[in-house]
Design a protein around this ligand. Structure first.
Ligand code: PLP
Length: 377
């Protein structure tokens, strides 16, 4: 399959780039002894899991269907976590997860007995400190509901636990900053950690970022796990999938209102939601900072402020031209929606051999079914 023959919009996952990230993950495991479970909330396009499986130890989840997906399509260790389980959720996943991590002591008390003898029991703790650029994604934000704070711990409940999970980073690119958080956790929770078999330090550690001090991170993780006698886990999502995937779109119109806007056959609200939620402009492969032709790359949704970015180009853009919206995998394919009845991007993988394989395609029937399957009678 030649790229030019593929209908836009579509995602193209690049196997060679994915393997570059996975090799760094492998190196981190070798240095530190940490186990890595893929955070499915970030990326769960299971069609490429055969590429990822040899490098990671399993998956972690945020809801019951992710647990099932991880168990069915990835294997290895399946960690189940949810901010709020119903009793049925716990029953649904108890037999297929290896670790069940509760978000609160009330959930542990209510449902812990349902997994006795089935899965290892964990509790999320909130260290009260974090490294997260935006308040919306800061697990230690004021009034956070995510995990138990140190001053609320009921010591007798801690005796029921095999492990604990912390998650306090979002795209943290600094090993030093992560190590400062580790030290804090060790000081505050050390006495409890010493009694655990395992500790998960969550996700958000951007160890595949260019220049990241991987060896420093690895040494700190090893020291922490030796100090407290625990098996450590990280739950990477973005670090695994970063910079591997383009969303390929076509310019369908160019309009002008003081600025030129190139309207493309995709929308951030439907196909790249975090651009909107976090107000972080996308990057376009064909753009060039020195180019003198400036365009707003506008979405084809009805939302007035829905745009991918403002970018400069060496040549004027033309209707029919394709653009590659870079780094469009993490927290993107998992959030696709049918707003405006826009065409859903197909999903392809470019294998390291150069061959392009189709992982999914969607049509009108998928849109229709997502809305209703039966009419009132
Ligand atoms: C509990 C937990 N683990 C792991 C992750 C994955 O984080 P990231 O994709 O930034 O590595 C998240 C992200 O929100 C999370 O909440």
């Amino acid at each position: 399959m030649q790229d030019a023959s593929l209908n836009t919009p579509y995602f193209m996952i690049d196997e060679a780039k994915l393997i570059d990230n996975l090799e760094k993950a492998k190196q981190l495991k070798e240095i530190s002894g940490v186990k890595l479970v893929l955070a499915l909330k970030c990326f769960s396009t299971w069609g490429v899991f055969d590429i990822i499986k040899p490098y990671l130890d399993g998956t972690t989840s945020s809801g019951p269907y992710e647990v099932k997906l991880g168990y069915e399509t990835f294997g290895g260790e399946t960690h189940a976590y949810s901010v709020g389980y119903s009793k049925q959720d716990v029953l649904d996943v108890a037999d297929i997860c290896d670790k069940m991590i509760f978000n609160s002591q009330s959930q542990l008390e209510a449902y812990g007995h349902l997994i006795e003898g089935k899965a290892s029991v964990g509790l999320r703790l909130n260290p009260g400190v974090s490294c997260a650029g935006q308040d919306l994604a800061d697990p230690a934000r004021k009034y956070s509901r995510l995990g138990v704070h140190a001053d609320k711990i009921q010591p007798q409940l801690m005796d029921q636990l095999d492990g604990v999970m912390f998650h306090m980073n979002c795209e943290n690119k600094s090993a030093d900053s992560f190590i400062a958080l580790l030290d804090d956790i060790s000081d505050t929770f050390g006495l409890y950690l010493d009694k655990m078999e395992w500790v998960s330090l969550g996700g958000g550690v951007f160890f595949t970022w260019p220049g990241y001090e991987l060896e420093k991170l690895g040494a700190a993780l090893k020291a922490f796990s030796e100090k407290h006698g625990v098996q450590l886990y990280l739950e990477p999502g973005e670090a695994i999938i970063t910079k591997t995937t383009d969303l390929v779109v076509t310019v369908v119109d160019i309009v002008e209102n003081e600025k030129k806007t190139a309207i493309v056959d995709s929308a951030t609200e439907a196909h790249r939601l975090d651009t909107l939620i976090y107000d972080e402009p996308a990057s376009i492969l064909e753009a060039s900072e020195s180019g003198s032709h400036e365009y707003v790359i506008g979405s084809c949704s009805c939302l007035a402020g829905d745009q991918f970015c403002v970018a400069n180009f060496e040549q004027p853009l033309e209707i029919g031209q394709r653009l590659h919206v870079m780094d469009s995998a993490g927290y993107t394919m998992v959030k696709l929606n049918w707003f405006n009845g826009l065409k859903m991007p197909a999903i392809y993988c470019r294998r390291a051999s150069g061959e392009v394989q189709k992982l999914n395609e969607f049509d009108y029937s998928d849109f229709k079914r997502s809305l209703s399957q039966w009419s009132v009678s």
